[in-house]
Design a protein around this ligand. Structure first.
Ligand code: ATP
Ligand code: MG
Ligand code: FE
Length: 342
C-alpha cells in the first residue's frame, strides 16, 4: 500500500510517501522557522497561509521524487491533531479533497503517534513493547507502548514541555526561535562545572516532570550575572550548558526510572528535543546501566515531518481504518491515551 503522508500541525509543512512493502519512497519538508523568527514564535494565521502556499508543490515534489502519479496512490494520511486548528485544517482539507478526487481512503493521524513511531523508519526498529519518551515543543511524556494504539501514560510535564523550556531559555539568552538547537550550540562552549541547576522532581518518586522552576532559575542566574556586570559570552555559554545539563539529566533519570518500573528494556525517544546530542549521551548511559537500549529517529525525523505521519497512517490504513467520506478531522487538543489499537 502506497500512502501519502501530510503534516501541517504547526510550523512545518511535511509530505512523504511510504510504501508498506518497500518502505519510505520520498519525503520533503518546508520549515516556516525563518518566517516566524521575526515574531519570536509561531504566528498561527501566518502558519496556515504558508501551509496553503507550500503543500501542493511539496506533494508534487514528493510524487516526482518517487516517480509516481497521483493516481498510483493507495491512501492518504494527514495530521488531524493535536496542533493549531487553522494549520491542521489545511492538511485535513487537502487530504480529504485529494482522496475524494482519487477515490481512495483517507485517515486523520495523531501527531504524537507519528513522533512515537518515527524510529520505526530506521534500519533497526524497536520491537514492542517499549517505553517512549516524547519530548517536543508541546509535549513531555513517558508512555508505555505495548503496540500500535496501546498507549499507557506513565508520566508527563505538569507545566512546560522540555522543548518549550529550551525555547524560553533561548529567549532569555537573546537567541532566536526555535531555541533548542541554538541553546545546544551555545552550550557547547560552556563550562559544565560553573553552575549547577536543579533537576526538578527527581528527589521524589514518580514519573512526572516540571520545567517551569528551571526556567525561573535560569532567568535568576542571568539577572544576577547581569547585575554583577558579568554576563559576557562565556557566562551565557555557561548558563546554556547548566540549563541543558539539568534538562538532559532530569529526562535521563526519569527514563531510567520508567524502565525499572515497567521492567522493559527498550526506550524510544522522539520529538524535537530527541535531536539533542547531550540528551542522547545521557540516555545512552542511563539505558546501558539498566541493561536496556535506546532508539531514536534520524535527525530530520526528530522534529515535525511527513514521513512519521505516512508511516503511522499506513499502519492503521492497512488494518482498514479510515475517515468517513467528507468528514475531515482537525482536533487541536487530543490526549494520546484516547487512541486505540487499529
Ligand atoms: P508537538 O510535537 O508537541 O506538537 P512541535 O511539533 O512544535 O510540538 P517538534 O517539532 O517535535 O515540536 O520539536 C520542536 C521543539 O524541539 C522545539 O521546542 C525546539 O526548540 C526543540 N529542539 C529541536 N532541536 C533541539 C535540540 N537539538 N536540542 C534541544 N531542543 C531541540
Ligand atoms: Mg516545529
Ligand atoms: Fe511535533
Amino acid at each position: 500500500m502506497r500512502v501519502l503522508g501530510i503534516e501541517t500541525s504547526c510550523d512545518e509543512t511535511g509530505v512523504a510517501l511510504y510504501d508498506t512493502d518497500r518502505g519510505l519512497l520520498a519525503d520533503a519538508l518546508h520549515s516556516q522557522v525563518a518566517m516566524h523568527a521575526d515574531y519570536g514564535g509561531v504566528v498561527p494565521e501566518l502558519a496556515s497561509r504558508d501551509h496553503t502556499r507550500r503543500l501542493l508543490p511539496l506533494i508534487d515534489q514528493v510524487l516526482s521524487g518517487a516517480q509516481l502519479e497521483r493516481t498510483q496512490l493507495d491512501a492518504i494520511a494527514y495530521t488531524a491533531g493535536p496542533g493549531l486548528v487553522g494549520a491542521l485544517m489545511v492538511g485535513a482539507s487537502t487530504a480529504h479533497g485529494m482522496a475524494r478526487a482519487l477515490g481512495i481512503p483517507v485517515l486523520g493521524v495523531h501527531h504524537m503517534e507519528g513522533h512515537l513511531l518515527a524510529p520505526m523508519l530506521e534500519d533497526e526498529p524497536p520491537a514492542f513493547p517499549f517505553v517512549a519518551l516524547l519530548v517536543s515543543g508541546g509535549h513531555t511524556q513517558l508512555v508505555q507502548v505495548d503496540g500500535i494504539g496501546c498507549y499507557q501514560l506513565l508520566g508527563e510535564s505538569v507545566d512546560d514541555a522540555a522543548g518549550e523550556a529550551f525555547d524560553k531559555a533561548a529567549k532569555m539568552l537573546d537567541l532566536d526561535y526555535p531555541g533548542g538547537p541554538r541553546v545546544a550550540a551555545l552550550a557547547e562552549g560552556g563550562d559544565p562545572g560553573r553552575f549547577r541547576f536543579p533537576r526538578p522532581m527527581t528527589d521524589r518518586p514518580g514519573l512526572d516532570f516540571s520545567f517551569s522552576g528551571l526556567k525561573t532559575h535560569t532567568l535568576t542566574a542571568i539577572r544576577q550575572l547581569e547585575q554583577a556586570g558579568q554576563l559576557d559570552d562565556q557566562a551565557r555559554a555557561d548558563v546554556a550548558r547548566a540549563f541543558e545539563e539539568a534538562v538532559a539529566d532530569t529526562l535521563a533519570i526519569k527514563c531510567r526510572r520508567a524502565l525499572k518500573q515497567t521492567g522493559l528494556t527498550r526506550l524510544v525517544v522522539a520529538g524535537g528535543v530527541s535531536a539533542n546530542v547531550r540528551l542522547r549521551a545521557k540516555l545512552e548511559e542511563a539505558t546501558r546501566k539498566q541493561g536496556a537500549r535506546a532508539y531514536y529517529p534520524r535527525g530530520r525525523f526528530c522534529t515535525d515531518n511527513g514521513a512519521m505521519i505516512a508511516y503511522a497512517g499506513a499502519q492503521r490504513l492497512i488494518a482498514g481504518e479510515k475517515d468517513t467520506v467528507g468528514q475531515m478531522k482537525a482536533v487541536p487538543r487530543w490526549p494520546m491515551d484516547q487512541l486505540s489499537a487499529p
